[in-house]
Ligand binder design. Structure first.
Ligand SMILES: NC(=O)c1ccc[n+]([C@@H]2O[C@H](COP(=O)([O-])OP(=O)(O)OC[C@H]3O[C@@H](n4cnc5c(N)ncnc54)[C@H](OP(=O)(O)O)[C@@H]3O)[C@@H](O)[C@H]2O)c1
Length: 351
């Protein structure tokens, strides 16, 4: 959709919905690629008893947001996000901002608190979020970096620590190291004392090296599976390598954690690979496993701890204004984004 079309759409919705107070938001009324997104003026959401209302300063995009936009794999629709059209018309998960209202049951936050976490529709000037999906923003973390942290950081933390049980001195292979999850995983693995080998494409080699990777494999020139090296832990985030390829470089008692990977069929996406790993695991000395992220504030607090000490810095590689959020999601959806992409709202510019 062009800028003119976005402006037209904005005007039409503004004229027909006069209920104050209003806000700007990125909406979608049907599933599809980034051109289903439009900037619209809508009523501000009202927090439920266990939610807070946040004045958004920054938001970020992630692969999950792309899946919710396209409605693929179809498993997402069956899981309750809307069979024929998206149930949530405002898109976006990662958020940072200031609390402007609290629900009657909220105990952890007050109006004025600076927070980050996961919201229901963060690509907007205001967003609601469940109290247990938010934490206070560390003072040394900018709103932009905070917005980039929760979704990808949680996945990396769970993959390495809770599921992968990474130990100091272990050799860790991170496949898909340059993306949202991978850029956190490289830094967290280093912070845990591991020797990190990162797999990325040529354009991202310098990025993953700057994040602290000890060794970098450019997969366009080198095959990690052809290497004689064996790893204690493999965190597989991108590229959809087969389980057998990943197993071939796993030490005899090593652990493979499959976080995700794009592609697969339209019904189940990448899940077949994860299931195949779980099926094989009981029949080998290696541990082959996967997980679904736990969107809970306790993980965000742990992440904030790494960020406060400087061990981890969100790898923000691109910034867009709210009105250009469709371009940001298009960039990610096309596979051309690196690290994290942040959306700065109009509210931030006024702040
Ligand atoms: N299990 C969970 O709960 C959970 C949570 C979060 C995310 N995920 C999933 O994890 C996956 C990654 O998420 P993300 O947010 O990190 O996505 P992302 O930001 O798009 O990063 C994916 C990375 O994969 C890399 N890649 C592509 N082809 C590759 C190949 N052949 N070999 C190695 N790397 C390759 C790309 O880097 P290059 O350009 O350098 O190739 C890209 O940066 C997605 O499928 C997402 O749905 C799962």
């Amino acid at each position: 959709m062009t800028a003119t079309q976005l402006a037209d759409c904005d005007a039409v919705i503004s004229d027909t919905d006069a209920s104050p107070p209003q806000m700007k938001a990125i909406v979608q009324y049907r599933y599809g690629s980034a051109d289903v997104l439009a900037l619209a003026t809508l009523p501000r959401p009202t927090p439920k008893p266990d939610e807070v209302l946040i004045e958004v300063v920054a938001a970020a995009v992630d692969r999950g947001t792309c899946h919710l936009m396209t409605g693929t794999p179809y498993l997402i629709r069956i899981a309750g996000y809307g069979l024929f059209r998206p149930r949530n018309r405002i898109i976006g998960l990662d958020v940072s901002g200031r609390v402007v209202a609290v629900g009657t049951e909220v105990t952890r936050f007050d109006v004025g608190d600076e927070v980050f976490g996961i919201a229901d529709g963060s690509l907007a000037e205001f967003a609601t979020a469940a109290e247990d999906k938010l934490v206070l923003k560390p003072a040394n973390l900018s709103f932009e970096h905070a917005a980039a942290t929760a979704v990808s950081g949680i996945a990396a933390l769970e993959a390495l620590v809770d599921v992968g049980r990474a130990q100091p001195g272990q050799s860790v292979l991170i496949v898909g190291a340059s993306g949202g999850v991978g850029s956190f995983a490289v830094q967290l693995a280093k912070a845990l004392g591991a020797e990190v080998t990162a797999v990325a494409s040529t354009r991202n080699v310098d990025l993953v090296r700057s994040l602290g990777a000890d060794h970098v494999i450019d997969y366009t020139e080198e095959d990690f599976a052809a290497d004689r090296r064996r790893y204690d832990l493999i965190v597989d985030i991108g590229g959809r390598n087969s389980v057998s390829r990943l197993r071939s470089v796993l030490g005899p008692t090593g652990t493979l954690v499959i976080v995700g990977g794009e592609g697969g069929n339209r019904l189940t996406g990448g899940i077949g690979r994860q299931l195949w790993a779980l099926v094989q695991s009981p029949f080998t000395s290696r541990r082959l496993t996967t997980f679904i992220s736990t969107e809970h504030h306790s993980l965000m607090e742990r992440l904030a701890g790494y960020i406060e000490t400087g061990a981890v810095t969100p790898a923000v590689q691109a910034r867009f204004d709210l009105g250009d959020a469709a371009d940001a999601i298009g960039l990610l959806d096309s596979g051309r984004a690196s690290g994290k992409t942040v959306i700065v709202t109009g509210a931030a510019c006024d702040a």
